[in-house]
Ligand binder design. Structure first.
Ligand code: HEC
Length: 375
């Protein structure tokens, strides 16, 4: 009864999500910012430090020493991952608001909200390439569902069995974007499990993956990426390692709606080379969430979300395992480059031998500065 109820509920939610996705609205500002007006404001208030070219005024003429995080607005690789709200927060409230230098003044008493939107729109024109996916589409990372946006981050993620055999699994994940659309991923799992009253610990199957963005559109709020992964059999088969090299292709599609509601889909397969050692399987993950930012959308971000996780072996008579995981991600540092997330994953079908698990991660967006800076 519970099983069928669970599947029914999850299916209903999926249908709901797909219908929202199909009716995707265009991201709209209440007022379209005016970059031409922004240029005038820039020439009046910003050019003395940031320079006519957006790289920075002649250092002999500026009186300050540039911090390491000094922005060169023409560098698309540095500017496009930033959402407008991060720039707006600094222009409104000054550098220290996001843990940057006090030399960057605050403009909230000098410029109106609209003028600040205009000058931010003008800053965007310094990056002249349209190949780069925009930082607005860099949605909060769910615990399991992988997203489409290419990242520069390190994630330390641990899960703990809440019942049954005691056990931990920790993943250290390194993601590094290359160019405008590529990203390398290395995921090293470490397992620590109590089996028959003795603790076993072993490295798991390591993932090496390459992700490529195929499509991104800020107006539509959509981004699509494909990833190809290979998992050499580095893990212990006793602790769930495949015992054979596994190929893992997947597609990730993320949709952002007005009002900062979003949904992320990831669909893929695990294809072991030797299917006698480990069966082929399919997975279908969905994360649905909402980001709420304090302080007129410029401050700390809270992202409550729920993941629906389905996996099925490609064998006759195999059942689909469904799990749900409510979770909460929050930005921990003032710069918002350190985020934490906590969730509880509960099996809703085929529950025998599958324990609920508590998950926790710490994420460091290292392109935004050292771990200890910006608090
Ligand atoms: C007195 C010099 C000065 C003036 C005037 C100034 N800035 Fe800045 N700005 C800085 C400095 C210095 C930084 C770098 C802070 C850091 O990285 O620690 C900065 C950083 C920024 C950033 C942050 C970029 C990032 O990496 O997130 C933005 C956006 C910005 N300025 C926009 C503006 C705008 C728009 C104006 C005009 C309305 C302006 N600045 C005027 C000195 C100035």
């Amino acid at each position: 009864m519970l099983r069928r109820g669970g599947v029914g509920l999850a299916l209903l939610l999926l249908i709901g999500l797909i219908s929202i996705a199909l009716s995707a609205q265009t991201l709209a500002y209440t007022r379209k910012p005016d970059a031409k007006n922004g240029k005038t404001i820039y020439e009046g208030g910003c050019i003395a430090c940031h320079g006519a070219d957006g790289k920075g005024a002649d250092e002999k003429l500026t009186e300050f020493k540039r911090p390491d995080t000094w922005p060169d607005f023409t560098r698309c690789d540095q500017t496009t991952p930033e959402p407008d709200s991060a720039w707006k927060a600094v222009v409104v409230n000054g550098g220290p608001y996001l843990g940057f230098s006090t030399i960057m003044p605050r403009f909230r008493d000098l410029l109106s909200n609209d003028q600040i939107d205009d000058v931010v729109a003008y800053l965007r024109t310094f990056c002249s390439s349209s190949h780069w996916p925009h930082g607005e589409l860099n949605l909060p990372r769910a615990i399991v569902t992988e997203k489409a946006f290419p990242e520069k981050e390190v994630v330390w993620s641990t899960s703990v069995n809440a019942s049954g055999a005691p056990g931990f699994e920790t993943h250290v994940i390194h993601e590094q974007s290359f160019g405008s659309k590529g990203q390398l991923e290395v995921d090293v799992p470490w397992q620590f499990q109590n089996q028959d009253h003795s603790w076993d610990n072993h490295i798991g199957d390591i993932t090496l993956g390459w992700k490529q963005v195929l499509y991104s559109n800020l107006q539509r709020g959509s981004i699509l990426a494909l990833q190809g992964g290979i998992l050499p059999p580095t893990g212990s088969t006793k602790l769930g390692g495949a015992g054979t090299t596994t190929f893992e292709p997947f597609a990730a599609f993320d949709q952002l709606f007005r009002s900062n509601t979003w949904v992320q889909f990831q669909m893929g397969a695990d294809l072991p080379h030797d299917t006698k050692k480990s069966p082929q399987s399919l997975f279908w993950y969905t994360a649905l969430g909402q980001t709420i930012a304090e302080d007129h959308r410029l401050g700390r971000q809270w992202s409550p979300m729920v993941e629906f996780l389905a996996a099925r072996d490609l064998e006759d008579g195999a059942k689909t395992d469904w799990d749900v995981m409510p979770e909460m991600q929050v930005t921990a540092s003032r710069r918002q480059h350190i985020r934490v997330n906590v969730g509880v994953r509960t099996p809703i079908t085929d529950t025998a031998g599958r324990s609920p698990q508590v998950y926790f991660y710490v994420l460091w967006d290292w392109a935004e500065g050292h771990f200890w800076n910006g608090w």
